[in-house]
Write a protein that binds this ligand. Sequence first.
Ligand SMILES: [Cu+2]
Length: 223
Amino acid sequence: MQWILPDGASTFAGDIDFLYYVILVITGIAFLVVEVGLVWFAIKYRARPGRRATYTHGSLRAELVWTAIPAVTVVVLGLMSGGVWNHVKGRHSAPAEALPYRVLAKQFEWHVTHPGPDGQLDTPDDFTIRNQLHMPVDRAVVVHLTAEDVIHSFFVPAFRVKQDAVPGMEIPVWFEATKAGRYELACAELCGLGHYRMGAEVMVHAADEFGSWTAAQAAARTQ
Ligand SMILES: [Cu+2]
């Protein structure tokens, strides 16, 4: 279903979208209740000639209720989100067999180092492409993300993945695409005058096609 969010194309999309819509519905209901109450009270208790103000010391019961309901709600949302957060961003959450990439963000482009046919980084068959990340479908990949100059942010909306790229740090960010196709990769951190052109693409290939594409790229670069 596509409503507000773009179609999801990673294994994270289901969990993240569910939480997003749960929070949207809860905050939407709270918004309506508060705004309708505000307008209702403003009209009902407006100033009228001869009407005297009433003094009150409040109501303990009302205060307990309006404190307890939001408290329980945010604790439940926190518990629901915690597991998803840990799965997506936990320190050791990337699967061990994930295909490794290195992405260097700089003003104003992405340098994507692919692991090459051997599936490993820092070997002679690695190759680097500007503004394109090619990956196989249905396989976890882990991007070792860093930045050369200022803070950028690696954002693939269809995958529900967003991670700051910070100079001097190497941050792993993992995901697994569920549908072959072409997806937008954008910089989500205002990083300078050319920020608007830090658009790139993620190409998700079918598994066999990815193998032949990788082999062709590696061969072309060693000639
Ligand atoms: Cu940027």
